[in-house]
Write a protein that binds this ligand. Structure first.
Ligand code: TA6
Length: 279
């Protein structure tokens, strides 16, 4: 497997399997593309995304760590893991034909003795697993999230199923706590909700592309649902004004009340398995 120059000349690994193709940039260990042969891409990537050192990529699966959002006292949104240059440790082909890429983010000035490892498995589905290890001499409190952007055909014909009855923090209302009453969340404006204490999978039902995307997760108590809609789409320089129609974020992690306190010598594993089926 070779590292090639991707967009903006940034180093990238392209992975081909009998069923699918994927692309992973070392910047942020960003999976920017996954597509099963004969299907539309599963992941959304903005046509206006920057591909520059130290800038986040708009789309794919940004790794959010060690904080979600911009907590008081933090200078950047969503932590620093997504704008750091990760190392490609190895890419291995499995006997079943799938391919595993292992990337790592060595300890940093900000976080001594807290290395990150990331395993991306490309095959009939896409799996991504973030492992945080605490080799320090104190407990480590952090948030993590795999902030996945999914391609949809038309947001007006999309629903997200699986969160009925779950409490959420509404980021559009100062994180006011509410309960989800709908069995199928639809989009008629900006939605930015942090669902808490929910370990369950959710489905993205896309009537326009006639497919259902299944977002399964392990090691995650929070699910974030986000679509920027019209005004915020226009306000983002690295996002097309009309692109809100063709994407939805369903993000899996541990944020806010679900933050993780990692004891000395322990590890935290956050894993998503992303798949699609006709519907
Ligand atoms: O995932 C929801 C969210 O926190 C939104 O509030 C929005 O800010 C989005 O993340 C994207 O954040 P970014 O820093 O990548 O522009």
């Amino acid at each position: 497997m070779e590292i090639i120059n991707g967009r903006g000349g940034l180093p990238m690994v392209r992975i081909e399997t009998p069923w699918s193709a994927a692309e992973i940039y070392l910047l942020g260990a960003s999976v920017t593309h996954f597509q099963k042969h004969g299907e539309p891409p599963l992941l959304f990537l903005s046509e206006k995304s920057r591909f520059e050192k130290d800038a986040p990529i708009r789309g794919g699966i940004p790794i959010i760590f060690p904080w979600f959002g911009k907590p008081e006292g933090k200078t950047s949104q969503h932590g620093f893991a997504r704008v750091r240059s990760w190392e490609l440790v190895e890419v291995t082909k499995q006997t079943d034909g799938s391919v595993i890429a292992h990337l790592s983010l060595p300890v940093s000035a900000e976080l001594l003795a807290i290395p990150l490892d990331y395993y991306v498995t490309v095959g009939k589905t896409l799996t991504a697993e973030l492992v945080v290890r605490n080799f320090s001499n104190h407990e480590f409190v952090f948030e993590n999230c795999l902030h996945t952007y999914f391609t949809v055909g038309d947001i007006n014909q999309v629903s997200v199923v699986g969160l009925q009855g779950v409490d959420y923090l509404d980021s559009l209302e100062g994180r006011a706590r509410r309960q989800e009453t709908s069995d199928a969340i639809r989009f008629t404006g900006e939605v930015d909700r942090l669902y808490i204490n929910t370990p369950h999978a959710v489905e993205i039902r896309d009537a326009s592309l006639h497919r259902t995307i299944l977002v399964e997760k392990e090691g995650s108590a929070s699910t974030v649902i986000w679509n920027p809609w019209i005004a915020k789409a226009k306000a983002m320089a690295d996002f097309g004004d009309e692109e809100y129609k063709r994407m939805v974020c369903v993000e899996s992690g541990n944020a806010a009340v679900n933050e993780i306190t990692l004891a000395v010598g322990q590890e935290a594993r956050l894993k998503v398995n992303l798949s699609s089926r006709p519907c």
